[in-house]
Design a protein around this ligand. Structure first.
Ligand code: FAD
Length: 125
């Protein structure tokens, strides 16, 4: 993957990508099937491989090697995503996020939405 030298675009891409990842985690089934676990695991490894900022992708692949995706439940993947985001935050000298607040922050990716806590992905299908 080529480098992404423009730091403004890199930051915008990062914010959008974290939003997607954390929102996917917050909407992931509480009791995923084996097929759903495998789908998310594959998505995360492909995301790390194809992420369109070469340096970020390389670093994220190392982070994944040390922190394999935890896909056994909504809570597990939400906490995992928070942890790996914090690894990136630390590397970039950004404040660390309190992972006990992650479900609240990313409940559905839209801060003002109604409570959809029990609205699993399958229920919407
Ligand atoms: P972001 O870090 O984008 O976070 C967006 C929002 O998420 C924050 O405002 C906060 O509300 C919330 N948040 C913050 N931390 C957490 C957490 N731990 N858990 C849950 N929510 C949280 N940029 C580089 O310059 N070099 C890199 O090597 C690099 N690698 C990256 C790798 C990946 C996989 C991704 C997705 C992005 C990467 N970025 C990298 C971009 C970088 O992480 C930021 O997205 C970018 O710098 C913008 O930062 P920000 O301060 O606006 O907030």
């Amino acid at each position: 993957m080529s480098e992404l030298g423009n730091s403004t675009i890199r930051a915008e891409l990062g914010r959008a990508s974290w939003r997607l990842l954390h929102t996917m985690a917050s909407r992931y089934p509480k009791r995923p099937t084996e097929d759903e676990r495998e789908a998310l695991r594959s998505f995360i490894y492909l995301f790390a491989r194809l992420y369109p900022c070469g340096q970020c992708a390389r670093h994220f692949q190392v982070i994944l090697a040390n922190n394999p995706p935890e896909v056994s439940s909504r809570n597990a993947v939400s906490q995992w995503a928070c942890r790996v985001h914090n690894v990136v935050n630390k590397r970039l000298d950004k404040p660390l996020f309190d992972c006990s607040q992650v479900q609240k922050q990313w409940k559905c990716g839209c801060a003002d939405a109604d409570d959809e806590e029990d609205d699993d992905v399958q229920a919407a299908a």
